[in-house]
Design a binder for this molecule. Structure first.
Ligand SMILES: [Zn+2]
Length: 289
């Protein structure tokens, strides 16, 4: 495969808004999430009219890098919470769940997240009823530029007024504990999954250390920057400004797929988040002339 601009998958969950329009995402209704990179069947990103997954399948996933399969790839999303997200927990990766990383791109005054508990390791902690988990949640004020790692098994929620880039493992499994009593346009409430959530919460306590799963870095490009070929694929998501990657124009909100062993020259003035699988190592390519 070549370096490709990715066509995202937009999700119109009930807590979305209009903010992602500013990131080039267009839809008649509100947008909650824009899946910028995903080989997951719940949201297959596209390129040149085909799904990225089918393009990669045609070449036996060679562009991902040696030993990298779709299930080793991240899902990368822009998320805008016009309303708070449900209080939720994800099971451990070995049980089909995920770790998540949030990079806060914008935060309205007073924004916060819930993540984990106020005072872990206390005796009260043994009470695992949903009510008790909810009232022990730690509320963290957040601002633009903050980054949070949400290990699988951690009860968490995004408050309203936040725009986030989320990098997470290959899973779309979420157990909801609390949804503020909300209903959709048809008057239906979304299901809660208390017993599964309690199990994920217990598993999370027994495995307090999460292993690294992706390499993520945020960088400001000023004028030009050469990216040498890598052993694995990588992605670039532009969060501010504009520029050019090879011959492709880039602007705020765009995501690029860079196949393994592919050098790229970046030009312009922009801020971007670079993601690659943890196995990445440089292969010592030379700068093109
Ligand atoms: Zn989550």
């Amino acid at each position: 495969m070549e370096i490709s601009k990715i066509t995202p998958v937009l999700k119109a969950y009930l807590w979305g808004g209009k903010k992602l329009n500013e990131y080039g995402k267009q839809s008649a209704g509100p947008i909650a999430e824009s899946w910028e990179f995903s080989l997951h069947s719940d949201g297959l990103c596209r390129s040149r009219g085909k799904t990225l997954l089918s393009l990669l399948e045609q070449e036996n996933f060679r562009s991902l890098g040696e030993g990298i399969r779709p299930e080793n790839t991240p899902i990368i999303k822009f998320i805008h919470a016009a309303q708070p997200l449900s209080v939720q927990v994800h099971p451990l990766p070995e049980k089909g769940g995920k770790n998540e990383l949030w990079i806060v791109l914008e935060a309205e005054p007073g924004s916060f997240i819930y993540c984990g508990e106020k005072s872990p390791e206390t005796e009260q902690e043994t009470d695992e009823s949903v009510e008790n988990i909810l009232c022990r949640l730690r509320k963290i004020p957040v601002k633009k530029g903050d980054t949070y790692f949400i290990p699988a098994g951690t009860v968490h929620a995004m408050g309203q007024g936040l725009t986030v880039l989320e990098i997470q493992q290959f899973s779309n499994c979420t157990y909801r504990l609390f949804d503020y009593g909300r209903t959709d346009a048809n008057g239906r409430s979304r299901p809660l999954h208390w017993s599964q959530a309690q199990e994920a919460y217990r598993d999370g306590k027994q495995q307090p250390v999460a292993v690294p799963f992706f390499r993520v870095r945020k960088e400001e490009i000023k004028s030009s920057r050469f990216l040498p070929p890598q052993k694995t694929f990588s992605t670039i998501t532009v969060t501010e400004g504009k520029g050019i990657a090879g011959s492709l124009a880039l602007r705020k909100g765009d995501t690029l797929f860079i196949p393994c062993q592919t050098p790229v020259m970046l030009n312009g003035n922009f801020e971007a988040v670079f993601v690659s699988p943890e196995k990445e190592t440089r292969t010592g390519g030379k700068q093109p002339r």
